[in-house]
Write a protein that binds this ligand. Structure first.
Ligand SMILES: CC(C)(COP(=O)(O)OP(=O)(O)OC[C@H]1O[C@@H](n2cnc3c(N)ncnc32)[C@H](O)[C@@H]1OP(=O)(O)O)[C@@H](O)C(=O)NCCC(=O)NCCS
Length: 170
C-alpha cells in the first residue's frame, strides 16, 4: 500500500471512495460526505498536504482530508471525511491513513487536530474528548464524539472549534 497526497486529477476517485464508504442502503441517494468532500477541495480551507489517499495496485482504496479550522482565532485542523472502500475495510488502511495524516499535520507545523467520530476508533491515535482540553465542540450535542489531539507540548488553545466553511452547509 502506498499513501501520498492527492492531486485535483484524483478527485473523481476520491469521491467514488467516499460515496461507497458512506453509502447507506436504508436511505439510498448520495451520502452527504460526497458533496462535503467536493466542496472542501474547492474551499479556501483546503490544505493540499493533508488530502491523502491510499493506493493498492494503482487503485485508490482509501482517503482522508484535513482542512483549515480554528479554535477561537487560532488555526487548527479539522479532519474528515476518512473513508476506506468497503471491500478493503478491516485491513489497517484507515489506521495507516490516520497515522499518515497526523504525521503530515505535525510536519506542517499544525498544533491541534480535531474531528467528529467514534472514540473507540480515534482513541488509538491519542484523540480524547476535545472539551477536556478546553476546546468546545461546534455542536454541544456531539458530546464526547467531538475529539481533539495536540501535536506539540504547548498549551492547548481554548475556545470553540470552527470547521472550514463547507461543514456549515451540512
Ligand atoms: C472507519 C474506517 C475509516 C476504518 O477504516 P478501516 O481500514 O476499516 O480500519 P482499520 O482496519 O485500520 O482498523 C480497524 C479497527 O477499527 C475499528 N473500527 C472500524 N470502524 C469503527 C467504528 N465505526 N467505530 C469503532 N471502531 C471502528 C475496528 O473494530 C478495528 O478495530 P481493531 O483493530 O481493534 O480490530 C472505515 O471502516 C470506513 O471507511 N467506514 C465508513 C466511513 C466512516 O465511518 N468513516 C469514519 C467517519 S468517523
Amino acid at each position: 500500500m502506498d499513501i501520498h497526497p492527492v492531486t485535483v486529477d484524483d478527485l473523481p476517485a476520491v469521491l467514488d471512495v467516499v460515496g461507497r464508504a458512506f453509502a447507506d442502503p436504508a436511505h439510498g441517494g448520495e451520502p452527504v460526505e460526497v458533496g462535503l468532500t467536493e466542496r472542501l477541495f474547492a474551499d479556501a480551507g483546503y490544505l493540499p498536504a493533508l488530502a491523502l489517499a491510499a493506493w493498492v495496485d494503482r487503485s485508490m482504496v482509501g482517503m482522508v482530508i484535513g482542512t483549515r479550522g480554528h479554535v477561537g482565532d487560532l488555526p487548527a485542523v479539522g479532519v474528515g471525511p476518512l473513508a476506506v472502500s468497503p471491500d478493503r475495510q478491516g485491513h489497517g488502511i484507515g489506521t495507516a491513513l490516520m497515522h499518515a495524516e497526523l504525521d503530515a499535520a505535525g510536519a506542517a507545523g499544525e498544533r491541534v487536530v480535531a474531528l467528529l467520530g467514534e472514540p473507540d476508533f480515534y482513541g488509538r491515535f491519542g484523540f480524547g474528548p476535545a472539551a477536556a482540553l478546553g476546546i468546545d465542540s461546534p455542536d454541544p450535542a456531539w458530546g464526547r464524539h467531538f475529539q481533539a489531539l495536540l501535536l506539540d507540548r504547548s498549551p492547548a488553545p481554548r475556545g470553540v472549534f470552527r470547521y472550514a466553511a463547507p461543514f456549515d452547509d451540512l
